[in-house]
Design a protein around this ligand. Structure first.
Ligand SMILES: Nc1nc2c(c(=O)[nH]1)N=C([C@H](O)[C@H](O)COP(=O)(O)OP(=O)(O)OP(=O)(O)O)CN2
Ligand SMILES: [Zn+2]
Length: 136
């Protein structure tokens, strides 16, 4: 792939792993770290600039760092997120971040651009030592 964007950000949220027989089954929080890597064969316009000069706007990869009241995941009780179904493992969260980020990027593509050349890889750290990686 000719181009690869990468960006990292954090958000602070609370969760419980329902049914977990141990401390993770009690309410606790993490400073989640996210790394997004987006590969593309071509450059495109974005919502803010109409020339073919971006893989995607970095802003479109960082939506989750916003406060929950602005549509992100920061300062949220993650078990209440309607798209997570109550399960908030790093595996479930990484797959959700991938799905939702690709949906948002596809929404910005021009008519006739399928975005088939875009490949997203999501890394989600629950703690500084423990990371889940998700791609398709
Ligand atoms: N495969 C998974 N295992 C665990 C997950 C998960 O999402 N996927 N989550 C947890 C808990 O949320 C826990 O808060 C994080 O676990 P861990 O990395 O073990 O963090 P600790 O700081 O508690 O690690 P210690 O080294 O044991 O102190 C658990 N497992
Ligand atoms: Zn946890």
């Amino acid at each position: 792939m000719p181009w690869k964007l990468s960006t990292e950000f954090t958000f602070d949220s609370a969760h419980v792993i329902e049914g977990y027989d141990g401390p993770c089954g009690r309410l606790h929080g993490h400073t989640y770290r996210v790394r997004m890597e987006l590969e593309s064969q071509r450059l495109r316009p974005s919502a803010h600039v109409r020339r073919d000069i971006m893989v995607a706007d970095f802003k479109s990869l960082k939506w989750a760092k916003k406060d929950v009241e602005q549509g992100g995941l920061d300062h949220m009780f993650l078990n209440e997120h309607p798209d997570l179904g109550g399960d908030t493992t790093a595996e479930v969260m990484a797959a959700f971040l991938h799905r939702e980020t690709m949906r948002r990027i596809r929404d910005t593509l021009d008519a006739g651009d399928s975005g088939d050349d875009l490949r997203l890889r999501v890394f989600l750290w629950e703690t500084p030592e423990s990371c889940c990686e998700y791609w398709e």
